[in-house]
Design a protein around this ligand. Structure first.
Ligand SMILES: [Zn+2]
Length: 123
């Protein structure tokens, strides 16, 4: 009886230590995720500010209107057949005939560098 009680107490201590360790891992992962989200928020804020500044300059110097911009956004949004306010990243054809996904740096079939594409596909 005493041996069984000792064994149970030992198991409880081991399990408690394991749970505590997992808890520490979760806390570290949450801290890292929050840090990464803060960085993403800052990048989005900078990108939004740059886009707004570029649009203001274009509007002031070209006569384009907000309606022109809305029309172009809708047009680009629909290029992949879906109107979901997401930018479609398009594949481009390699010289060997294979299609190279937008995020790939080289052709998976022949190893050639990815064909030239829009600078926005690299974002
Ligand atoms: Zn190729």
């Amino acid at each position: 009886m005493a041996m069984s009680h000792f064994h149970q107490a030992n198991q409880i201590r081991k399990t408690s230590a394991m749970v505590s360790s997992v808890g520490d891992d979760i806390i570290r992962a949450k801290r890292q995720t929050n840090y990464e989200l803060d960085g993403i928020d800052q990048r989005i804020d900078r990108l939004t500010l740059l886009c707004e500044a570029m649009w203001e300059l274009m509007r002031q110097t070209t006569g384009l209107t907000d309606e022109h911009l809305a029309h172009k956004v809708a047009q680009l949004d629909a290029t992949d057949g879906r109107t979901d306010l997401k930018r479609a990243k398009t594949s481009t054809a390699c010289g060997c005939g294979a299609m190279v996904p937008a995020k790939s740096m080289m052709c998976q079939f022949c190893g050639a560098p990815a064909p030239a594409r829009s600078a926005f596909d690299a974002v």
